[in-house]
Write a protein that binds this ligand. Structure first.
Ligand SMILES: [Zn+2]
Length: 103
């Protein structure tokens, strides 16, 4: 077996969050720095603090509204329905192939 294939493992590596919270985990890195942790993440705290500098939320809502408007005008679904109706009409128009169908 090849020697020295595994990196050094630190059973209690220190994780430091930007909020000041620190805890220990097992890792191959001795010290970690994170921006969010369970103590400060909005999902866990229940406090929504959204900093929308690039107005991403606004852009997303605009995009969704535009898509909905486009679908209302005539989307892929309407095209499918129209095509199915045309197919049914064509089938009805089909000439009889057997003699008993004409009678
Ligand atoms: Zn934190």
């Amino acid at each position: 077996m090849k020697a020295d294939t595994h990196p050094t493992y630190f059973p209690s590596a220190k994780v430091v969050c930007a909020c000041g919270n620190a805890f220990n985990v097992g890792s191959t890195v001795k010290e970690l720095h994170v921006e969010l942790c369970a103590k400060c993440h909005p999902f866990y705290t229940g406090k929504q603090k959204l900093v929308d500098t690039a107005r991403r939320v606004e852009k997303f809502t605009e995009k969704v509204a535009a898509k909905a408007a486009k679908a209302a005008v005539g989307g892929k679904k309407q095209k499918t329905v129209k095509r199915a109706a045309m197919k049914a009409a064509k089938k009805a128009q089909k000439k009889p192939t057997r003699l008993d169908e004409t009678l």
